[in-house]
Every structure is written in structure tokens, then in C-alpha cells.
Write a protein that binds this ligand. Structure first.
Ligand code: MG
Ligand code: MG
Length: 261
């Protein structure tokens, strides 16, 4: 690992482990929408995720991180990020659930999220728009993850899609470097923050993660558990996240779906 003030360049050996952790993270992430049924509590979903993570041979990268009590983050409807599984939070058909998953194994760390609809039900045009625009913004951001671009190119691409879709762009939480630690420099904002940011170089691994809302960009943190982040106006939010390796050619999306558990 080569570290400077702005970013971390991972070695080829580290990248082998990061690639594996990211692949396992994606497998667990993609198994969760299938495992989630109406009537289930978010605690049950967290326990399923815990079993799936254990089955990979790795560990949850989130459990115990800064004291976080869950295996994964489960954020429902107006919850944006950092939701905690609860026995009394029952999922209903038509709810939207953001699952954020991290698997750590052999020195590599994965981090990936998606938002899905609970049950086999058609959601409103508004919610469908929220999900598709946020997913598209992530893809547009990933497309900018090329050598000699800068972080601001990723940020601007995401912000453009959010603005075009008329959605709130959460500012208080941002993407980040990732790889041998869950959070590494640099930050990857989902909006242009006024500076170009670091140059993208081969060996950098970024977790790109737009969080968009149907209303305000403003959020508040739960005063009791000090974790769960909700929209300030109660409007629903979506969150999609992939890890990407900067290479000398095309971006390599490390958490792209491949196989399932
Ligand atoms: Mg994440
Ligand atoms: Mg992340």
C-alpha cells in the first residue's frame, strides 16, 4: 500500500484480496432481496445476512465498526443509511429497503449497497423514478472512474443525474476509498464540493454511493440509537453503492453481480 495525503494506491497483492472481499460482498448483497419477504422483521433480515456472511468464510466489516451493532445496515423508506435491524420493525409489501453490506476477509474489505422493493408489488411512479435515477447516477459516476480523471468528475456526473431527476442529493454522507480498510481516503462526494479533488490513479479503489431522496437533501440522525440517518422531511430515500478499481484502461467494478450464494 502506498499512502499519501490524498489517496491510497493498493498493491497487486492487496488487490487480489480486495477483489475477493468485494465479490463475496456482492453475493451476500444480491441474496438479500430474494430472502426478504413481507412480514419479516429487519432483525430477521440482519440475521440472514449474518449467516450468509459467515458462510463466505469472512466477517462483517460493519459489526462493531465504531460500535455499530448490526451485521449489515438496513434502512427502510425514509431511512437513508445506517439503519439497524430491529425485531419490532416489520417489513410490509411496497416498502423500500436499502441494504448496505461489507465482507472482510484475508485483509480485503468489501462495501456495497442497493435499494429494493419488498414483495411482488408495483410501486408508485415516484418511487420507481427514485430507484432508477439513483441506480443510473451510480453507473454514470462509475463511468468517470478512469485514470487521470479527478474525484470531481465522479461527483459531477452523479450530481447531474440527481438534479436532472429532480431528487434531493444527500450531502452529509459521501463515498470513499475502500480496500484494506472500510473507509480510506479520499472522500467521494455526490455533488461538486468546490475543489477538483485527487487525481484518479491505477490501484485506487473507490466506493461510489449516491444517496438520493424524494424531497430535501437534509438528514437527521436518530437521537436514541445515534446511528440511523433519516430524511429531515420524512420523504423516501434510495442508496446504491459499488466498489471500483481504477486501472490503466476501463474501470473494474469489483462488486458487479456475478454469482449468488
Ligand atoms: Mg456501504
Ligand atoms: Mg461505503
Amino acid at each position: 500500500m502506498r499512502k499519501d495525503r490524498e489517496c491510497i494506491l493498493h498493491t497487486a497483492e492487496e488487490i487480489v484480496h480486495i477483489r475477493r472481499a468485494a465479490e463475496l460482498t456482492a453475493q451476500v448483497r444480491d441474496a438479500l432481496p430474494k430472502a426478504c419477504v413481507p412480514g419479516m422483521s429487519t432483525l430477521e433480515l440482519d440475521e440472514i445476512a449474518g449467516c450468509l456472511i459467515a458462510r463466505t468464510g469472512g466477517k462483517s466489516a460493519f459489526l462493531g465498526y465504531g460500535g455499530f451493532p448490526g451485521n449489515i445496515c438496513i434502512s427502510v423508506n425514509e431511512e437513508v443509511v445506517h439503519g439497524i435491524g430491529r425485531a419490532d420493525r416489520i417489513l410490509n409489501e411496497g416498502d423500500i429497503v436499502s441494504v448496505d453490506v461489507g465482507v472482510a476477509i484475508d485483509g480485503g474489505v468489501g462495501d456495497s449497497a442497493l435499494t429494493f422493493v419488498v414483495g411482488d408489488v408495483e410501486v408508485s411512479a415516484e418511487v420507481s423514478h427514485l430507484l432508477s435515477v439513483t441506480r443510473h447516477a451510480l453507473n454514470q459516476g462509475l463511468a468517470q472512474c478512469r485514470m487521470n480523471n479527478r474525484i470531481c468528475d465522479v461527483s459531477r456526473a452523479i450530481e447531474r443525474e440527481g438534479n436532472r431527476g429532480g431528487l434531493g442529493i444527500v450531502r452529509d454522507y459521501v463515498g470513499h476509498g475502500c480496500g484494506t480498510h472500510l473507509h480510506e481516503p479520499p472522500e467521494v462526494p455526490n455533488f461538486f464540493c468546490g475543489s477538483p479533488g485527487p487525481l484518479l490513479r491505477p490501484g485506487m479503489v473507490l466506493a461510489v454511493e449516491p444517496m438520493f431522496t424524494l424531497g430535501t437533501w437534509k438528514v437527521k440522525t436518530d437521537r436514541i440509537n445515534n446511528w440511523t440517518v433519516r430524511t429531515a422531511d420524512g420523504k423516501w430515500a434510495a442508496h446504491f453503492e459499488h466498489m471500483v478499481l481504477i486501472t490503466e484502461t476501463e474501470p473494474e467494478i469489483l462488486t458487479w453481480p456475478k454469482t449468488t450464494c
